[in-house]
Every structure is written in structure tokens, then in C-alpha cells.
Design a protein. Structure first.
Length: 226
């Protein structure tokens, strides 16, 4: 059989397709690695400044890429900001879903909730710092996106609250108000942890958070939804 036989050509074609597939995979992996580097660089820089003060050149310099390369991944700095918001709130959503999946200790729901929140904040401190700072920032599109995310999480929590005995007869409005109280409390607790690295300071924040949530639940017990 010579080199021009169909079998030989098919073998070369198969190897060529395999190489092309490997190269495409490698390109996609490199592209994703660069995208992740941009996001990480932005979060690192945002530890010391607001998003409105952050420049594209600062981000690309920190990420080790050229400014032109930035536009292969994000069409603008605002687009990058929206991705940061999505990733930051994904952390909160994952945390809440984990609690619903059974991570909460049923014998100490409030304490367990605070433990999960504090652990989640400390594991992703840069995300919470970003949310806390930018929800009142001068960048309108980011402020609006954060408010939208908070509304979505509040609505999701309201659905969960409706499953609790005593709350399943509450009106939709009242459930959403209660969910909003809990979500806002979580955000405030998270913000108080921003610079708390000393174990004693963290323990004090936990203590106050537990007391705050207990006060809310006492109010819930006395409320009659219409």
C-alpha cells in the first residue's frame, strides 16, 4: 500500500483533526486564563480604590497584558464591572443554596446561618468588599446591577421563607419585606467583616449578628400578615 491510498490519507486527516482540536482547546484555555487574570487583577486593585477610579491601563498592567488585549475579553470597563458583580453575587447565591441544601444546623439555625455567612465572607473577602463599596458608588450601571441582584436574591429567599411553618400564610408582600430585612442584614454583617482579621473582632461581630437576627425573629413571631 503506497502513501496515496485512502487509508493513509484518512489517517493523516484524523491526526490533523486531532491536532486542530488540541490547538482550539489550548486557545480556549489560554483565552479563559487571560480573562481570569483580568478579573483577578481588577479585584486586587479594587481592594484599595473604587471602580470609578480604576483605569483600564492599571488593570492590564496588573494582569500582565496589553490594553489592546483587554478588548478581546471585555468591550469596556463597565462590562468588566458587570462581570465582577455577577461573580461576587454568585458567591452569595452559592452560600444561600448551600444553606438550603442542608448545611444549616437545625438545632441552631441562627448561629449556623451566621457561621456560614462569616465563613463565606472570609473566603471571598474581595467580592464582598467590592459589593459593599460599589452599591453606593458613582458608577450608575454598577449601582443598578447590584440593586437588581439584591432584588433577585431577596425574591429567592422570600420563596424559601414561605416554606417555614407560620410563614406559609404570609402575603407575598410581607414575605418579600422580611426577606429584604434578612438580606440587608447579611450585607451589613459582611461589610462589618471587611477589615476584621483579629479572631476576637470576628467573634464580636458574630455575637452581635446573632443578637440582631434573634431580634428580627422575635418580631416575626409577633407579626400578623394581612
Amino acid at each position: 500500500m503506497n502513501s496515496r491510498t485512502p487509508s493513509s490519507r484518512s489517517g493523516r486527516s484524523s491526526r490533523s483533526r486531532s491536532r486542530d482540536s488540541d490547538e482550539r482547546l489550548s486557545r480556549e484555555e489560554r483565552k479563559e486564563a487571560t480573562r481570569r487574570a483580568i478579573v483577578a487583577a481588577a479585584l486586587h486593585l479594587l481592594a484599595e480604590q473604587s471602580f470609578s477610579a480604576l483605569s483600564l491601563r492599571e488593570v492590564t498592567r496588573e494582569a500582565g497584558i496589553s490594553p489592546a488585549a483587554f478588548y478581546r475579553h471585555f468591550e469596556s470597563m463597565e462590562a468588566l464591572g458587570l462581570v465582577l458583580i455577577d461573580e461576587s453575587f454568585r458567591t452569595l447565591r452559592d452560600m444561600l443554596r448551600g444553606a438550603r441544601a442542608g448545611k444549616l444546623d437545625p438545632t441552631r439555625v441562627i448561629e449556623s446561618s451566621v457561621d456560614i455567612l462569616v465563613d463565606g465572607v472570609q473566603a471571598r473577602r474581595e467580592h464582598w468588599r467590592f459589593i459593599g463599596r460599589e452599591r453606593f458608588s458613582g458608577v450608575t450601571v454598577l449601582r443598578y446591577a447590584i440593586r437588581t441582584e439584591i432584588r433577585l436574591i431577596t425574591s429567592e429567599l422570600a420563596i424559601d421563607l414561605a416554606r417555614f411553618p407560620g410563614l406559609n400564610t404570609w402575603s407575598t408582600e410581607d414575605l418579600n419585606i422580611l426577606a429584604g430585612v434578612f438580606v440587608n442584614s447579611m450585607i451589613v454583617i459582611a461589610e462589618s467583616l471587611e477589615d476584621a482579621t483579629d479572631p476576637a473582632a470576628v467573634a464580636e461581630i458574630k455575637r452581635i449578628a446573632v443578637k440582631q437576627l434573634r431580634m428580627i425573629t422575635i418580631g416575626v413571631a409577633g407579626w400578623r400578615s394581612s
